[in-house]
Design a protein around this ligand. Structure first.
Ligand code: HEM
Ligand SMILES: [Cu+2]
Length: 535
């Protein structure tokens, strides 16, 4: 056998752009997502600079509207939703189940092309005329008043949706059909349970978004009266359809992150995940109940009080499985032999930030409080704690954890830990003041504000500057490591998962011979007691 791995089998452009290797496709996604993250981040930076003073001294209201719309659209659809599933998931799913590839390798490549097509169309819309509806595309603004690039941007999102659906389908079939001998459902790593639940949501919810956007375009072009009350339509119908997708979508954005955290917490406390079956089924429960709470986005839209009460109640129910997971991570840490390697720092940051995001979500699920906080910075702070403090932090944690496997190289622990600490600090300084601003009544999506709000805004913008630097750091030390880092051993963390039983980086078809699974995951206590070898 040669010592060629998936990176060195072939160097031509053709071998990258026509590859069907899930590992190379993961790298393609990774490069695209870095690109989109920086565009979204640039818009965020502009937003925070504008908000450092009460006046409109950087951009006009019109440009500001375009900025936060661009930021929201790019971050949600072209960064967060594909982030963990399409990069880390694509890379490790077949490795974790002992397979040679995903079930449909060519479909996997096609998903990336569809994603890129959608991304380019949306970028074109943003550059050509800009979109100012907010990422929610609410009617009647989107159908009657906004410029026509709103439909072009929506078309990009529509197309990218097919990529989501195909990826979800690919994961579901792969996890059902390609598990190694002995890998029963209850031996499946929890990351895969969470990706499975995510995939179910992707397949079931994304078509609703597609139809919503299609109806929006129909209404705009033909004025048939789907959403326009003057001709018999109902604008609230749009909000129902939109949130019927977009609430489950927030679980598309957080479940994979929770899955990564299970792997990290158990590895770096050298312990089995506490309550494995509970955690596994909680992912499924979140996916299921997540479909029943969309109306909590519409408490002040004029929906009936009974409906609001039901949605409020269901929102509390969906918090239960999330809370169970937090308790189980805490119990896993308890009396563990804890190692503060960089991935673990990200995992611990996740647990803290996600808990704050989740608790403030419960505030918003309370009808009376939500009436006060709707459309204020309290909401902005809440969802950034979940989406950025949660998902982006988990993404960074997972990226560091699997980095030696992906590249075959080790990164600088010193810089990685420094970045993790800076991200945690910068994040809190950026978003915690926004809870206070919101509670005091500062509305979101405004680019000027009364001077008494300035102190908290300056703190927030200062935090954003730190956060921006901290997010840039991995680009340098990971980029350096990819070419000059020390060679990684096959199993730098001394972890029991199947992905660590093949070389780093893995050969083209993952395993030299078909692995067989004989025990439950996370058995650190028996065979893997040794310390991580990396430190
Ligand atoms: C990394 C992932 C991020 C995601 C997924 C994300 C997502 C979003 C979304 C969906 C909105 C809502 C836009 C709207 O409809 O009002 C938003 C707004 C906003 N984001 Fe982010 N964001 C991210 C990072 C950041 C960062 C790093 C900053 C600041 C440094 C930031 C600052 C803001 C601000 C100030 C708004 C408020 C706009 C407004 O409502 O007035 N975001 N973000
Ligand atoms: Cu929701």
């Amino acid at each position: 056998m040669s010592d060629k791995n998936y990176l060195t089998t072939d160097y031509t452009l053709r071998s990258w752009f026509l590859t069907t290797d899930h590992k190379r496709i993961a790298i393609l996604y990774f490069a695209s997502l870095i690109f989109f993250f920086f565009i979204g981040g640039a818009a965020a930076t502009a937003i925070r600079i504008e908000l450092a003073t009460p006046q409109a001294d950087l951009v006009s209201s019109d440009v500001y509207n375009r900025l936060f719309t661009m930021h929201g659209i790019i971050m949600v659809w072209f960064f967060l939703i594909p982030s963990i599933p399409n990069t880390l998931g694509n890379f490790v799913v077949p490795l974790m189940i002992g397979a040679r590839d995903l079930a449909f390798p060519r479909l996997n490549l096609m998903s990336w092309y569809i994603f890129m097509l959608g991304g380019c169309i949306t970028l074109f819309a943003i550059l050509a005329g800009g979109v100012d509806t907010g990422w929610t595309f609410y009617t009647p603004f989107s159908t009657l008043y906004s410029n026509s690039y709103v439909i072009v941007a929506a078309a990009g999102v529509f197309i990218a949706g097919f990529s989501s659906i195909l990826t979800g389908l690919n994961f579901i079939v792969t996890i059902h059909r390609l598990r190694a001998p002995g890998l029963t459902w209850y031996r499946l790593p929890l990351f895969l349970w969470s990706l499975y639940a995510t995939s179910v949501i992707l397949v079931l919810a994304t078509p609703v978004l597609a139809i919503t956007l299609l109806l929006m375009a129909t209404e705009r072009f033909f004025g048939v009266g789907i959403f326009d009350p003057r001709i018999g339509g109902d604008p609230l119908l749009f909000q129902h359809l939109f949130w019927f997708y977009s609430h489950p979508a927030v679980y598309i954005m957080i479940l994979p992150g929770m899955g990564v955290i299970n792997e990290l917490v158990s590895c770096f406390s050298r312990k089995e995940v506490f309550g494995y079956k509970f955690v596994a089924w909680c992912s499924v429960a979140i996916a299921a109940v997540g479909f029943l709470v969309w109306g909590h986005h519409m408490f002040v839209s004029g929906q009936s009080l009974v409906a609001s009460l039901v949605f409020s109640f269901m929102s509390f129910i969906v918090a239960v499985p999330s809370a169970i997971k937090v308790f189980n991570w805490t119990a896993t840490l308890h009396k563990g032999s804890i190692h503060f390697d960089a991935p673990m720092l990200y995992a611990l940051a996740f647990i803290g930030l996600f808990t704050i995001g989740g608790l403030t979500g419960l505030f918003l699920a309370c009808l009376a409080f939500d009436v006060h906080a709707t459309d204020t910075y309290f909401v902005v702070a809440h969802f950034h704690y979940i989406m950025v403090g949660g998902m982006v932090t988990a993404y960074f944690g997972g990226l560091h954890y699997w980095w030696p496997k992906i590249t075959g190289r080790l990164y600088s622990e010193y810089w990685a830990r420094t970045a993790a600490v800076l991200i945690f600090f910068g994040f809190n300084l950026t978003f915690f003041p926004q809870f206070i601003l919101g509670a005091e009544g500062m509305p979101r999506r405004y680019h000027v504000y009364p001077p008494e709000f300035q102190v908290w805004n300056v703190l927030s913008s200062g935090g954003a500057a730190i956060l921006a630097v901290a997010y840039l750091m991995p680009l340098f030390y990971l980029g350096y490591s990819a070419f000059h880092g020390r060679r990684a051993p096959a199993n730098p963390w001394n972890a029991p998962g199947l992905e660590w039983q093949t070389s780093s980086p893995p050969p083209e078809f993952n395993f030299a011979s078909q692995p067989v699974v004989t025990r439950a995951p996370y058995q650190y206590n028996e065979h893997f007691q040794a310390e991580p070898q990396n430190a």
